[in-house]
Design a protein around this ligand. Structure first.
Ligand code: HEM
Length: 289
């Protein structure tokens, strides 16, 4: 615990108690992933002005039922219920900021890089943002290969091939569960006994609460060396596509490079579509309070 009690305010205490860092990182990503670089015109042409908040992104809209209820967000209600505890301790901070704070702290708490963030994101009161256009991760379209599917999803957000690979490295943390995404096994030797209140599922890495470059190392093992570990088609795509693979090899080789690229790209993700008040945002180092 730090001198000023910030462990309980920034979520570290919660992550220690609930082993929920992966879930919080997924929540932060899913609030961001509704962002459309074209302002939403591609899926919302007659209504979108392209302006905040209809461009989607980091605006706290995931807390509202239409978006939260999308199939791709299954399981995130638990993340939000844990987050309310944090919101109460940070009542002057916006919901959009608290969600992103939880994502940043999740990475750092799990041993990942320090991410320089800024604060002051506005939270939308627009509840219908995603009810008319499925702005979550688009469902897997069978006409697309897995690499094309990835480029489609991230391309809508204006993210590059390198940014796709480095962000996917977040799957070094956490698990997939049949009861949520329908992916993974009920339990594996790495998840059967927890920790945390929700035991089970399939993880991408053996130490799924540790943020490191083992996700990339595992992807390069052909055939997969460990049948207890998960590899979705969108994960395999990173090792199969020649452009993605170059980055996978670099990050598997050099954890420092992964960490510095991840920290920069995570910050970008945490600001997709955000409206800051004041406009330049507020720089605060959480560790210094
Ligand atoms: C198109 C790309 C992606 C796909 C298809 C995908 C798919 C999935 C699926 C199916 C799960 C399992 C959910 C569950 O059953 O609880 C999951 C979990 C997770 N995802 Fe992704 N993901 C993608 C991108 C990302 C990105 C970019 C990040 C972060 C920057 C991320 C972070 C996570 C984390 C941390 C978990 C673990 C959650 C937990 O343990 O509760 N994912 N993802």
């Amino acid at each position: 615990m730090q001198k000023d009690g910030s462990d309980s305010r920034d979520g570290r205490e919660l992550m220690e108690k609930e082993s929920c860092a992966p879930l919080m990182l997924r929540l932060a990503w899913h609030d961001a992933a509704t962002y459309r670089a074209d302002g939403g015109k591609s899926d919302d042409s007659d209504k979108s002005t392209g302006e905040w908040p209809r461009c989607g992104g980091v605006n706290g809209s995931i807390t509202f039922a239409p978006e939260l209820d999308l199939p791709c967000n299954k399981g995130l209600t638990l993340a939000l219920s844990l987050l309310y505890e944090l919101q109460e301790k940070n009542d002057l901070v916006s919901v959009a900021d608290v969600i992103q704070m939880a994502g940043q702290v999740a990475v750092e708490f799990s041993g990942g890089p320090k991410i320089a963030m800024r604060w002051g994101r506005s939270t939308t009161g627009v509840k219908y943002l995603c009810s008319d256009s499925d702005r979550g991760n688009p469902p897997f379209a069978s006409s697309l290969s897995a690499p094309e599917h990835l480029r489609q999803i991230f391309g809508l957000m204006g993210l590059s091939d390198q940014e796709i690979v480095v962000l996917m490295g977040a799957h070094t943390l956490g698990r997939a569960r049949p009861s949520r995404s329908g992916e993974g096994a009920a339990a594996t030797c790495y998840t059967r006994d927890g920790p945390g209140r929700c035991k089970g599922g399939s993880s991408w890495t053996q130490e799924w609460l540790k943020f490191d470059n083992s996700y990339f190392k595992n992807l390069l093992l052909t055939p997969p060396a460990d049948s207890q570990l998960l590899r979705l088609s969108t994960d395999s795509a990173l090792a199969e596509d020649p452009v993605f693979r170059e980055w996978v090899e670099k990050y598997a080789e050099d954890q420092e490079l992964f960490f510095s690229d991840y920290a920069r790209t995570h910050r970008k993700m945490s600001e997709l579509g955000a409206k800051f008040e004041p406009q330049e945002g507020i720089e605060v180092d959480l560790e210094e309070g």
